[in-house]
Design a binder for this molecule. Structure first.
Ligand code: NAI
Length: 377
């Protein structure tokens, strides 16, 4: 199979998410890093791209140069990953889609609902793929949960409870550290802090596993460190279109929690539980029965969970290879196969609509607010 050419914007040396994309995109041999504008510092970005094997004429100073340099090449990149800070996602993603490139955008896809709707429209008009990196949905055992729910193994889903809470911004003496402070500053982060940063992963996961869409939210936001404008803790109740009840807690001041992302799905005939710190297992309890531990790599799992596992049972694959699974599905989609589990621009838009609804609700004492994007109502 011919390798696909891949380009990356952002994710430079020392960035948080850049390495996971490079490991992920190249793990299965589908993509080769052919072009990049990796850093806000042009020279640093060009030098780093070349150190990763990018030819000097495709190691660009910025994304505008990359767009101009790639668009007329016969070997132009088949996929562009946008891994820059949030406020730049919209203009970069839009520009590359309009020029006919496939795009994988980091979350949150945009800063506003209107921008999100614009990306959905542009993606549709372009006929290109616009995916959003809700990478936790690509863990094999998360796909297994989705398969079990769709197969009716736990009956109709009554309730989803999910948390994405860590304690890494819980030190008040570190609150002024620039790498921390911007996340709670509306000028840099937008209307929401922790919910838009981590909560939307959990909200996406709830809809992804339940096979349903969030329709309304009622939120309570708190800035537990008083110098913060945006919330560092949020409790969000939600409802889904099929009547499923949802509860979501997200926090960055939960000292002692490291990467506390977990989800429980309770149906009429059983319950499922998964946690990102123990991603190889799903705990399944049939009503009236014993809890069973299902393990990544078991022979009896669905085809979907099986195809996304590479190493033998009980060996961890972890976060970069969950990101790799997004790239596996992207490569297949670029080659013309259907990949319905790939998080899309519509998912990115739904998240942004939920963020704005939660902000409105929290500001109005927790009143229920319609969380559907206007274009999907
Ligand atoms: P970071 O601050 O660690 O790195 C950002 C990188 O982008 C740096 O290399 C910087 O030089 C570069 N950059 C900034 N502006 C640029 C521009 N205009 N053109 C080219 N490069 C530019 O940020 P981090 O934590 O890696 O986050 C980046 C994005 O990834 C954010 O949107 C964040 O929400 C998302 N993210 C997603 C995760 C996931 O689980 N899907 C996890 C962590 C971050």
């Amino acid at each position: 199979m011919t390798k696909l050419n891949w380009g990356m914007i952002g994710g430079g040396e020392g960035s948080q998410i850049g390495p996971a994309h490079r490991l992920g995109a190249q793990a299965d041999g589908n993509f080769v890093l052919a072009a990049g504008a990796l850093d806000v510092d042009a020279e640093k970005g060009r030098a780093y791209a070349q150190s990763l094997g990018v030819a000097s004429d495709r190691a660009y100073a910025n994304w505008q140069e990359m767009l101009a340099g790639e668009k007329d090449r016969t070997d132009r990149v088949d996929l562009v990953t946008v891994a820059t800070p949030n406020s730049t996602h919209f203009e970069i993603t839009k520009a590359f889609l309009e020029a006919g490139f496939n795009v994988l955008c980091e979350k949150p896809m945009t800063m506003t609902v209107e921008e999100g709707e614009e990306i959905v429209r542009v993606a549709e008009a372009s006929g290109k793929i616009c995916a959003v990196n809700y990478c936790y949905s690509a863990y094999p055992m998360v796909r297994e949960m989705r398969h079990m729910v769709a197969s009716g193994d736990i009956g109709k889903v009554r309730l989803v409870v999910t948390n994405f809470s860590h304690g890494h911004h819980g030190d008040a003496t570190d609150a002024d550290n620039p790498r921390v402070r911007w996340r709670y500053d509306p000028a840099m982060a937008g209307v929401s802090g922790q919910f838009a940063d981590c909560g939307i992963h959990a909200l996406h996961m709830a809809g992804f596993i339940a096979g349903d869409e969030v329709t309304s939210v009622s939120a309570d936001f708190a800035s537990t460190i008083p110098t913060r404008t945006l919330e560092d803790d949020a409790m969000v109740n939600f409802r889904m279109s099929g009547g499923t009840v949802g509860r979501l807690w997200t926090s960055s001041v939960a000292i002692g929690r490291q990467h506390g992302f977990d989800i429980q799905v309770f149906g009429e005939t059983g319950g499922l539980r998964w946690a990102s710190e123990q991603p190889n297992q799903v705990f399944y309890t049939p009503v009236g029965g014993r809890t069973q531990i299902m393990e990544k790599g078991e022979g009896s799992l669905s085809d979907e969970a099986g195809r996304l596992s590479r190493v033998a049972i009980a060996h961890p694959e972890g976060f970069p290879l969950a990101v790799a699974n997004i790239y596996v599905d992207l490569a297949a989609a670029i080659r013309g196969e259907t990949r319905s589990a790939l998080p899309s621009a519509s998912d990115g838009l739904r998240s942004m609509a939920a963020v704005y609804a939660a902000v409105e609700s929290a500001g109005a004492g927790g009143t229920w607010v319609d969380a559907r994007p206007p274009m999907f109502r």
